[in-house]
Design a protein around this ligand. Structure first.
Ligand SMILES: NC(=O)c1ccc[n+]([C@@H]2O[C@H](COP(=O)([O-])OP(=O)(O)OC[C@H]3O[C@@H](n4cnc5c(N)ncnc54)[C@H](OP(=O)(O)O)[C@@H]3O)[C@@H](O)[C@H]2O)c1
Length: 269
C-alpha cells in the first residue's frame, strides 16, 4: 500500500489507458492530479475516483496541443504547494490517412502533444525528482514506435521518439533512485481510434485489441517495480520480436495491410 500522502500527476486521465491508470493509483490510495481537455469527462472521472476510493482528486483542464500548456500545468501545481511523486505522460493522439492527404496543422499539434508535452513534463519533474533522489516517471509509448506506420506515419514517428527518448534518459539516470518506465501498448480498445478518424482501419474495424484496464495494470506493475520497459500483451511482444528479424520493407507492408481501410480509400477522413 502506498503512502497516503503520495500524489500522481496523470495527463490524459479522462479516458482510455490514462483513466485506467488513475484507477490503479487510486486503489493504492494515491491522491491524483488529472489533466485532460474535455472538462465534463475529466470532472466525471474525478467524481468517480473520489467516490469509489476516497482519495483527493484535482483536475486541470488544459489543451496540451498548446506549447505553453505543460509549463502552465507545472506552475499551477507548484503554486498550490503539492508535491508530485509520480508523473504519468499519457495524453496522446494519432491521425489516420496517407501522409500527402493529412492535415499538417493537426500533425504539428500531435507532434506537440505526443513529443513536446512529454519532453517538458519529463524535464521539469525529472529535475525535481533528481533533487530529492526519489520519484517515478511513466511514459506511455507504443509498439507503434517500434514499427513503421503506413497510414499513421506521423503518429508512429512520435512514438519512435518516445521509445528512443526513454532509453536515453534511463541510461543517464541509471545510478539515481528516480525510475523511468516506458509502457508500450499495442492496439487497445479506447477512444483513440475515433479521435484519429481510424475506425475504418481493418484491425480496428475487426475489433482487435486489448482492454485498457489490462494494459494499465501491466504499466502500473512495471512502474512500481522500477522496470525500464514493458510491452503489454503476448501478441504485441511477438509482433515486435518478429519485426526485429524481418526485412524493414516487409514489416511496413504487413502494418499497411493490417491497418488498410475496409472501404479501400486511404485518404485522411
Ligand atoms: N489505443 C491504442 O491502441 C494505443 C496503443 C498504443 C499506445 N497508445 C497511447 O496511449 C495513450 C492514451 O491513449 P488512449 O488509447 O487511452 O486514448 P484516449 O482514450 O483517446 O485517451 C486520450 C487521453 O488524452 C487526452 N488528450 C488528448 N488530446 C489532448 C489535448 N490536446 N490536451 C489534453 N489532453 C488531451 C484525452 O483527453 P480529452 O478526451 O479531454 O481530449 C484523453 O484523456 C496515448 O499516448 C496513445 O498514443 C494507445
Amino acid at each position: 500500500m502506498a503512502d497516503q500522502t503520495k500524489t500522481a500527476l496523470i495527463t490524459g486521465a479522462s479516458s482510455g489507458i490514462g483513466r485506467e491508470l488513475a484507477n490503479c493509483f487510486a486503489q493504492d490510495k494515491y491522491n491524483l492530479i488529472l489533466v485532460a481537455l474535455e472538462p465534463d469527462l475529466l470532472a466525471q472521472a474525478a467524481l468517480e475516483l473520489k467516490d469509489k476510493f476516497g482519495i483527493q482528486v484535482t483536475t486541470i483542464v488544459k489543451d496540451l496541443f498548446k506549447r505553453d500548456a505543460p509549463f502552465e500545468v507545472y506552475n499551477e501545481i507548484k503554486a498550490s504547494g503539492t508535491r508530485i511523486d509520480v508523473l504519468v505522460n499519457d495524453a496522446g493522439q494519432g491521425q489516420y490517412g496517407t501522409f500527402d492527404t493529412t492535415d499538417i496543422n493537426r500533425e504539428l499539434d500531435i507532434i506537440q502533444l505526443n513529443i513536446g508535452a512529454y519532453v517538458v513534463f519529463t524535464k521539469l519533474y525529472l529535475q525535481e525528482f533528481k533533487a530529492r533522489n526519489e520519484g517515478k516517471i511513466l511514459l506511455v509509448g507504443s509498439i507503434a514506435g517500434e514499427l513503421p506506420g503506413p497510414l499513421q506515419a506521423v503518429y508512429h514517428g512520435t512514438k519512435a521518439f518516445v521509445n528512443s527518448f526513454a532509453e536515453s534518459i534511463q541510461e543517464e539516470n541509471k545510478d539515481s533512485n528516480v525510475t523511468i518506465t516506458n509502457l508500450l501498448p499495442g492496439i487497445t480498445k479506447t477512444d483513440f481510434f475515433n479521435k484519429a478518424h481510424m475506425t475504418q482501419a481493418k484491425n480496428v474495424a475487426e475489433g482487435q485489441g486489448m482492454a485498457a484496464a489490462d494494459v494499465a495494470k501491466d504499466g502500473y506493475k512495471a512502474l512500481m517495480n522500477g522496470e525500464s520497459r514493458v510491452i503489454s500483451g503476448i501478441m504485441n511482444n511477438v509482433q515486435v520480436g518478429m519485426s526485429k528479424v524481418m526485412p524493414d520493407p516487409l514489416v511496413a507492408a504487413n502494418v499497411h495491410q493490417q491497418s488498410a481501410p475496409v472501404d479501400g480509400d486511404e485518404s485522411a477522413r
